[in-house]
Write a new protein. Structure first.
Length: 264
């Protein structure tokens, strides 16, 4: 039987910082806020935090791919309610803070998108991406509490973080094309941006193998980009998107298999 000190040294930091009920209510309120934000913007209905205003790039996913936001929002609210129902002590304070920043950022993004500032929307999404990455790294280490809450938290945070990881590269690329000398029809630099997006998704997938929805969201983004590229006839973008999506799925399978092997 390990000593208390030994248990403390091997317990994930997320488990040593239990969440609070006040933060749980704030996370729920923020999750609802980002859902209703498009309906209350001063400049009319807003959109979801993705490409935003500015030029449409070759690496923009097909329109139907953005329907993922409906699932993201639903899971975010369900997870927030689940934490309140099960008890905030079963989550992590660090996760709650990251979610709060992420969800408030989503609402702010919608507000600033109404003023057609690509720099402002890109800046907000960078903050969201940082918060989302912290959230998914934290949720991957959660231990204890009801199994259903842990699975729901991983599903909700992973899907949100995976999509935002892909979206931030698109937002930043859109801002660069709007204010800089980069051409929206130039394939080269956009393929580089897409490859960097895939690399970021792959790295986090390796670090958070238990969070299945993270690479699935990234693969969904790559599918949407591939469909757009196929329609535009941009072969380099199509190949990069397809290879990236397949690598994400293969990495997920490999990481999961490795985890099962260690557990066995």
């Amino acid at each position: 039987m390990p000593s208390t000190a030994q248990q403390s040294s091997t317990t994930p930091s997320a488990a040593r910082t239990p969440g609070t009920r006040a933060l749980a209510w704030a996370v729920l309120a923020a999750a609802v806020l980002e859902v209703v934000a498009p309906a209350i913007t001063l400049n009319g209905p807003g959109s979801s935090p993705d490409a935003g205003s500015g030029p449409e790039l070759l690496i923009t996913p097909a329109g139907w791919a953005f329907s993922i936001w409906g699932v993201i929002y639903a899971l975010a609210i369900a997870q927030a309610i689940g934490v309140l129902a099960a008890g905030a002590e079963h989550t992590s304070r660090r996760l709650q803070v990251a979610q709060l920043v992420l969800y408030v950022g989503g609402a702010v993004w919608i507000a600033v998108a109404g003023v057609d500032s690509v720099l402002a929307t890109a800046a907000v999404l960078v903050v969201m991406a940082v918060a989302a990455t912290l959230a998914v790294l934290t949720v991957a280490t959660l231990r204890g509490g009801p199994d259903w809450l842990r699975l729901l938290s991983r599903a909700a945070v992973g899907l949100y973080a995976g999509w935002v990881t892909a979206a931030v590269f698109l937002n930043v690329s859109t801002a660069l094309a709007e204010v800089g000398p980069l051409s929206v029809r130039d394939t080269g630099w956009q393929v580089v941006a897409l490859a960097l997006s895939a690399l970021a998704l792959l790295v986090v997938t390796v670090l958070t193998g238990a969070v299945v929805t993270y690479p699935l969201a990234g693969a969904w983004a790559m599918l949407g980009i591939g469909v757009t590229a196929a329609g535009d006839g941009t072969t380099a973008v199509l190949v990069t998107a397809v290879v990236s999506g397949l690598l994400l799925l293969a990495t997920l399978v490999a990481v999961r298999a490795s985890a099962r092997g260690r557990a066995g």
